[in-house]
Each structure stands twice: as C-alpha cells, then as structure tokens.
Design a protein around this ligand. Structure first.
Ligand code: IVH
Length: 678
C-alpha cells in the first residue's frame, strides 16, 4: 500500500471498525440478553453501510466482521480437518440404575476426595468445536468421526450465538465445544416454508441443524436461525482454565458465549436424580430439543485421575430420556410401492406433536405388523419417538377402542398398476410382481441406482429420470450408459426447462465418472431386495468379482457374514433371471467396476506388532486387523514383550489389560489408532 492510499483509507477503516463494534454489541445484546437497543431499521442501515464499505474496500474487510453473520460466501466443499483434541463421546444409558452405579464407582475411584457433580442438559443437535486464538474465532469443525471433521467456519459465523470476537478476559488459545441446535419455533417455520415451496420437510430439528451447517450458501445458513449451546472448554497444556467445569462455563459466558442457565452443581445421587426427574417432564417447555442429561465431575483436576475408557471419559455420563409416547387417531392407510415391488402400508394420523416435531404419518411395516398389533379401523395408535428420527407405531391405545371396531382389509391389488399382489412363503410382505410395468418400481430402481450411496450420479435427479423414462430413453439401469448427447439436448417440457448443451455435458460427465465407483457400491446399486450398503460390501469382498457372485449358490451366499437365508435367496434369484444377466453384461461392457480393487496401503505401522482385543465402533474385528496390515503392521494373537500396542475395544477382558501393564505395552483406543493411521 502506498502512503497516499494509506492516508485516504484511514477514516474509512475507522468508520468500518466503529460500525463493526457497534453491530457486534447490538447482536450480543439481542441474542444473548434478549434486548433490542435500536430499531430494526437502524440496525439494518448500519449493516448495509458496513456491507457497502466492505464491497468498496475489500482489503479493509475483517474476516470476523458482523456482516459474516448475514452470510453470502459460497462453500465449494467442506475441507476435512483433523481435530486438535479428539472429540470423544460420552458413555450413555437409559437406566437410572446405571447412573447410580456411575456415581458409586466415581466416588470409590476418587477414594475420599471431596468433589461435586454438574448436571446439565444434553442438547439434541450437532456437536462442533470452535478454535479461538487471541480472542478471535479461527475455525469451526464438526465432530465427524471424532478425529477428523468438516471445516464449517463460514457457516458457523452466521450463527449469532457463536462469538466472533471474545469480550473481557479469555485464554489466548483454546477450543470451545458445544451443540448447534435448531430451536423448535424456527424449525417449524422453516418446514412450513419448505412445504409451501414443495420441498421435502426435514424429519427433525437435529437433521435440519446438521443439513444447515453443510449448506453451500452461507446466506441460506444465516436464515436458519440456528443456536449454539456451549458446554465444554479445553486448552493446550500451559493455558490455565478454571479448575471446575462450572467455573469454566461461567467464564465462557463472560467471554460472550451462550451458556444455557440450566446447569446445577449436585453433591450426591439424590440431587442428580432430582435434576433428571425435573427435566424429563419439563423438557418440552424448552425452546429447543434435549435428549437427556449430562453428568460430569465438577472438579477438572480429578478428570485425570479418573481417565478414559476406549471411547469416552470416566468422569462423565449421559442419561438419555426414554422415548416420548402419544396416542392419536388413525385416519386412513395408504399403500406405497417400493423399488423392489414391496408394499408398505402407511398410517395417516391426526397430526400430533411428538418429540419436537409434528407427526402425520408412520409406517405400518407390512400386513403381519397390522395383524400382530391388531390394528382396527377407527383405532387410536400409540406412537413413540426415541433417539431415532422416525416415529414408530408401538401399539393400539386400547382404552379408546370402540366396540365392534372392524379389522383392516389389506389390499389385494397393487395401488399403482392394479396387478394382483403376491406373498412369498416365509416373507411378511406383499409384493407387486409387475416389476417391468409398474411405474414406481421402475423409477424407484433408477433413483436407487443413481443415489449418492450407490452410483452417485447427482445430475440425474427424480425429475430428469422421469423425463428420460417418458421419452423412452431409459427403462432400466443399463440404459443410462447408452445415453447420447444428441438424445438429451432439447428434452423437456419447454424451452426453459429443457436440457441444454451444458446440462447434457454435465449429465454425461457424471455418468462417465460413475464408472469408477467401486464394485462394493455397484453391488448395492443394482438394487437386489434386502441387500443394503453393508450387505453389498460383505458380498463384494467375499466373492471379489461379479462372476463369482453371480454363480454363487444360496448356500454359498449364506456363508457370508450378515447374509441370512432370505437375503441369500433374493440374491440367487436376482442373478438367475435372464434380464438381470443381460443388464450385468451391459454394465460390464459400459466399463463399470466388476471386481474388488485392493486399497493401496502405506507403511505407517511398519515394524509394529499390535494385539487387538474387544469390540470396536467403526470396524469389525476382521476389518481392524486388515486395516493394521494395510498400514504395514503385524497382528499378533497374544501379548508378549515384542508387542508394541494393545488396541483395546469395548468389553476387553481385564487380564489383557493387566498383562499389557505388566509388560509395559502401551494400550491404545480405537480413536487413538485412527489418529495414528490417518
Ligand atoms: S460433554 C468429553 N455436554 O452428547 C465429553 N456433551 O456422547 C464432551 N452433548 O458428543 C461432551 N449436550 O455432542 C457434553 N451438555 C453436554 C452435551 C453434550 C450434548 C453431546 C455431545 C457429545 C454427545 C455425548
């Protein structure tokens, strides 16, 4: 910068700083203290002035400017970053008995030392970590797998309860952790709007929060009105933090974080139980969702004495609330036809508020389910929603049954194509056998094939598939690979909605790229009934190539881990059909991956001998052993002086631990292992 421009811009810089400080203060008062110090117009006019100045003088714009709250930056993709401190999870339980055990165990381990607990809410949202240097927010990362997460800094800056610059005293270098939640009111409003726009509503506030943090357009994220609840603070060695958890959160509040006031110091199990009881009932009065209570030892120096288990600290535990249950009238039943022809009955319910969302529909699974539950016309159904996203029908509210209620007459014909339904021996569901002529089956198979977890051809959305189908270009999955540019251009309802040059090129490029999708996913994509992502992976790895898989007998198929008799039969039947054999040959000729490719490893564990014991979260035992070998390590069955590490999962026997201690073998958790190899 030359001298003249430096002099010229100084008053501008000052004004920008003045506006930024003023807006930060107004934001803080509004979102933290519920106080409006100026009118909306005044606020907007300050914001606009700052935005204009930043546009004119981009070199003077601060990355922490309050204009970032409004968003507008586009995230191309979310960079994966490694957490500085692994993001552990908590042991959790639905049982008060286990909370009593936790309390007794902790007291015993602390052996007479005086201490207390803190009880706080377990926010039902998305965990993130915020890094601050010299009082400035420098990075926001999602939990991911605890070791590596997504860098969502741009979107995090749009959340008003995440301070961009801290106030007062703060550690120079620390990380604040907490949960991004979607308050009910904002969530409902957003879903109403999505409904009006013909978009699929979000299943629940947690999913919506998670989806919002991954929005490409940060201005869109800004509109979502997310909230950050801070619950944890950590700093590298040398940074001094208060020595109680309570004190740390109090300090965080003074720095400008939103720390919910519902935290209580408890001195014994009775106080803990009283806190849990209170919130189990009062939780729906909160403006956001919680799914339990977190109990932590308050005195942080004791955390080290208590240590960690394989996955979680011993100084904390989460009590999870049991599923919420309501009763609501069954209005009617709809029947949906899936891609495999399976019929799913769906209960249309009188809308009811449950666990933070309005429930209008719930699956009735199949005819057997309806019979087993003895669901009758005019019944009230009991609906539950626990930690899972989808509400479940758990029974009939018998107190409300009217006398003489008639049983449900299950349909006998396909609601889409009118074919007579079939029911195979030993299977609970009905099917429409007209696989080549029943519209939802054809489109469903195509949609499944191109879906993200299958071939990931994201330029072929449901509308495009319908278009290609009705133009007679795509009738089955193999037809996708025969599409020609000239067939695509101009396809569509009218000139504006039709496919143009660029659209056609993008579509063909995505189709071309899908040819590199690994064989495991091809097995999933072809859409054999009962073969999900995991099953497909197991089948692919077991048989290694399509020819071996195609000619495997039912007995051989049933040898594969997690593949039961019903799946084995479905796979064998699928490959026995001539039209399916033709499809496979066409896919092979198109260049799709038809065999397992070995991953190229590295030598991060070269020369190391590792003993594996217990149960793991991310891997099966065989997978973790294969992973060690892939990284050049050696797996051994027993601990000896030559063992470098004991890789300990859940439920590892105490003898192994003792032996490792005796021989001085380092014990590592799955999370630590992942950090070593990643
Ligand atoms: S403390 C080292 N406190 O629940 C443990 N977690 O499995 C740090 N959560 O992943 C977590 N509310 O995402 C803590 N008040 C709270 C929480 C909380 C929600 C989440 C968090 C964690 C999971 C526990």
């Amino acid at each position: 910068m030359d001298l003249f421009s430096a002099i010229d811009t100084e008053p501008v810089r000052k004004r920008m700083e003045e506006l930024a400080v003023g807006l930060d203060k107004l934001n803080h008062e509004y979102y933290m203290n519920d106080r409006s110090l100026v009118s909306d117009e005044e606020f907007d006019s300050m914001m606009r002035e700052l935005q204009d100045l930043e546009r004119q003088y981009p070199e003077l714009a601060s990355p922490l400017s309050p204009t970032k709250r409004v968003g507008g930056e586009i995230n191309k993709n979310f960079r994966q970053v490694q957490h500085r401190f692994p993001m552990l999870s908590l042991a959790n339980t639905y049982s008060i008995g286990e909370i009593e055990e936790f309390e007794a165990r902790t007291r015993k381990l602390l052996d007479g030392t005086a201490f207390t607990y803190t009880c706080e809410l377990k926010y039902d949202g998305v965990a993130i970590g915020l890094s601050y240097r010299h009082g400035h927010l420098v990075q926001a990362v999602t939990r991911g797998n605890g070791i590596v997460g997504d860098d969502i800094t741009t979107n995090a800056k749009t959340i008003p309860t995440i301070p961009l610059r801290l106030q007062g005293d703060y550690p120079d270098d620390f990380e604040a952790r907490g949960e991004v939640v979607y308050p009910f009111e904002a969530f409902e409003a957003m879903n109403r709007q999505r409904d009006a726009e013909g978009l699929e509503p979000f299943a629940n506030p947690r999913n919506a929060a998670s989806g919002s943090l991954k929005l490409q357009d940060s201005a869109e994220c800004a509109k979502r009105k997310l909230m950050f609840c801070m619950y944890f603070m950590m700093a590298p060695d040398g940074e001094t933090l208060p020595d109680t958890h309570f004190g740390r959160l109090e300090w965080a509040r003074q720095m400008g974080f939103k720390v919910q006031p519902y935290i209580q110091e408890c001195k014994d199990i009775n106080e803990i139980k009283a806190f849990i009881d209170h919130w189990d009932k009062a939780r729906w009065e909160l403006p956001f969702g919680i799914d339990g209570i977190v109990i932590k030892v308050n005195q942080t120096p004791l955390w080290e004495n208590l240590g960690l288990t394989a996955k979680s600290p011993r100084w904390a535990i989460a009590y999870k609330f049991k599923a919420e249950r309501v009763s609501t009238p069954l209005e009617s039943i709809s029947y949906q036809v899936g891609r495999t022809g399976v019929i799913t009955p769906v209960a249309n319910l009188t809308p009811v508020w449950l666990g933070g969302t309005t429930v209008k529909r719930a699956t009735l699974v199949n005819a057997d389910f309806i019979t087993k539950m003895d669901i009758r016309k005019g019944d009230n159904l009991l609906i539950e929603k626990g930690g899972e996203i989808i509400p479940k029908v758990v029974g009939v509210d018998m107190e409300k049954r009217v006398e003489g209620a008639m049983p449900i007459q299950y349909i006998t014909r396909c609601p889409e194509c009118g074919s007579e339904l079939v029911r195979m021996d030993g299977e609970a569901g009905h099917y429409c056998p007209n696989s080549d002529g029943c519209h939802p089956q054809i489109i469903g198979r195509l949609e499944h094939f191109v879906s993200r977890k299958a071939m990931a051809i994201d330029t072929l959305g449901p509308e495009r598939l319908e278009l290609l189908y009705s133009a007679g270009l795509v009738r089955n999955i193999a037809d996708i690979y025969d599409l020609k540019r000239e067939q695509l251009i101009g396809l569509g309802a009218d000139a504006t909605a039709s496919i143009q040059d660029k659209g056609a090129d993008n579509m063909l490029a995505a189709i071309e790229t899908s040819k590199q999708v690994p064989f495991e996913r091809v097995v999933y994509a072809i859409g054999i009934r009962y073969v999900g992502e995991v099953g497909a992976k197991k089948l692919a790895r077991y048989f290694k190539n399509i020819d071996a898989l195609m000619c495997a007998t039912e007995e051989e198929l049933a040898q594969v881990e997690d593949v039961g008799d019903v799946t084995a039969r479905a796979v064998s039947e699928w490959f026995s059909k001539d039209e399916h054999k033709t499809i496979i040959e066409r896919l092979r000729a198109a260049g799709l991956q038809m065999e397992v490719k070995m991953l190229s490893g590295d030598d991060k564990l070269a020369g190391m001998t590792i003993v594996v014991s217990g149960v793991f979260e991310r891997f099966s035992r065989d997978e973790i052993k294969a992973d060690i070998e892939k990284h050049g390590g050696k797996v051994s069955g027993s601990i000896s002086g030559k063992t470098d590490y004991l890789l300990a999962g859940e439920k590892m026997g105490p003898e192994k631990q003792k032996k490792a201690e005796k021989l001085g073998v380092k014990v590592i958790s799955e999370v630590e292992y992942l950090a070593m190899v990643q």
